[in-house]
Ligand binder design. Sequence first.
Ligand code: C2E
Ligand code: MG
Ligand code: MG
Length: 698
Amino acid sequence: MSMKILVVDDSATDRVLIERILSEYDVLTACDGVDAMKQIDANNEIGLIILDLNMPRMNGFEVLKVLKSEEKYEGIRTIILTNYDELDNEIKGLELGAVDYIRKPIHLASLKTRVGIHLELIKIQRRLEQKLVEQRSTFDTIFNQAPIGISISYSSDSSDAISDVDTQINSMFEQIAGRTKEEMIELGWANITHPEDLEKDLEYYRKLKSGEIESYAMEKRFVRPDGSIVWVEMTVASLKLMGESEIAHIALLKDITRRKAIEENLKYSYEHDSWTGLYNRNYMENLLESDSRRGFHEKRAVVSINLSAMQSLTTTYGFHYTQELNKKIADILGQYCNGGRVLFNIYENRFAFYIKGYEDKNELTEFSEEIAKTLEPLLITERISGGIGIVEIDEENGRDVDGLLKKLLITSERAIDIDNREIGICFYDAAIEEQMVREQEIKRALTEIAADESYSRLFLQYQPIIELKTDVIIGFEALSRLNIDKLGLIPPLEFIPIAEKTKLIVPIGRRIMLQAFRFLKRLNDLGYSSIGVSINVSAIQILRDDFTSSLFRMIEDARVHPEKICIEITESVVASNYEEMNRILGKLSDSGIHIAIDDFGTGYSSLARERDLNVNCLKIDKSFINRLMYLKSEEAITSDIISMAHKLGHCVVAEGVEYQKQREYLERWGCDKIQGYLISKPLNEEAAIEFLKTYNHW
Ligand code: C2E
Ligand code: MG
Ligand code: MG
């Protein structure tokens, strides 16, 4: 665009003179201010004005004032024409916006040079302006098309100013917040921030304003007009703008709602059991840990409901069935949750209440009783048992959450075994733990033995059984012993139940039978072919499908006579699985194996059933033999048991005979055989053979 120069002077001579000097430029002229303004308004190419001050109608000062007053004249430069003695006017003119002055009489060369300089300056200025416009447009493009929300605010000094009219907000910001720029400016960002995030945000913002920090970043939520929440990652920083004394702030926003949703999901599944929807062990551990860090201001305890026996239902009815049952139990227990009680599904088929602020132990007991009572009908229907273990949290165990959970598990396991009810209740104490550690040790030893036949830590002792009529040893009962380095000799009453619980009794029982058969074979080889061996067998062993077949194979392999083998099973086992058990016992009897009911009298016995039972022998429990020491003989029912057993066609063995008086009573009432310390304690193999030789005078 060509630039024009306007010469404004009431003197025609001066106008002509100047026009001539500037002939190389495009020059317009005006004779006074009014004329000048007309031309300026009509011609927007005028870039430089040479302005006389003293003119009729509208003088130069008035023109300068108008030019200064309106933005549209901003780009026009004015050089004033003054007389050499008008210093005041020069100053006034410069103050009104003129950029230079030229004194009259006009010096031609000076005028030309100055005009040249100013035209050059105007060109530079215009180029700069153009550049600025271009930069601004680039900035605007970036600002408005940026894929992140941006806001720049030039807030006032008030540290709480959270709404600012000068704020620039880009369209992504509007999109994220779901509001227009105007709406946000009117509301202020505090009002669109989620109340839970506001305090933290304001705290940061105050620090930023006070210069304590230069920037901050946080994840926060905005509330959209429809009430929905948008999660953003926000960075706010101070901006020191060039030439501005105020500090501006820039906020950059990224919508992270989706990421948050995924995170929430992950967090949920990290903290919940997917099936019951209850909090899981992770969550419980974290909660216990954080509570312990906070200190102990109230009583805290964990009550665990152990229904691990449900596992057995899975094998029978399938996974789906147990899952549904688990859910049902979760719903039942869920009703007991309140402010002080949180429910967790800590392991499969195991639940726990975390209880805070209870009064005393009694309250825990009552609560556990109530839970037990509620669950009992269900457990009866499902024919499973459970245990409720209670661990009170103190400063010491509270800090070791892992240990605490272990104690909980131990106690609830223990609770299953105590009390003769569907669901036992047990408080934790140190003795329980000691016992559990011991059990663990035994379990480990049994596992090793089950895997390796060469272990000599499991061995048998043999207790002689004599026939009363002849007073000769007619057999031995094999009694198993376990020797563990750390714990010494473990009685069978301790390790057999553990072996049963872990099902290790199957391989362990096999080892026992093999050893007993080897002993029997040895007796036979030594010429004691009439001597038999009794072996104690657990229900778990007998009820296995392959029990009889594998027993027969072992007997064959050991080359022993089935008639010399007696299998002892306890009374309670027979009672609970009568039909099935009797079928198996029948099979054993058919092969010639003898069957004895051990500990007779201690369990429930139906005499009618005894008649049909495929057994040969009843072993009267030691408790009945003990009584013979202090009861008058006519008061003791031992004699009734003997005669009843004989009527049913069974032979009778008395166990635990320690005194001659007992032996005499038994002899008098026709008991067939006795076994006990009076004859001999259980003996190692060699000693047993020696004892046999001596006793039977062979
Ligand atoms: P049980 O079959 O009734 O065995 C008799 C128990 O009484 C044995 O205890 C024996 O040592 C003890 N005893 C014998 N005579 C006397 C006596 O005069 N006085 C006293 N106080 N005790 C006497 P032990 O060896 O501790 O066995 C305990 C129980 O463990 C056995 O009772 C049996 O039920 C079970 N058991 C032992 N070995 C095995 C085994 O190999 N398999 C299975 N399943 N159970 C076994
Ligand atoms: Mg026995
Ligand atoms: Mg017994």
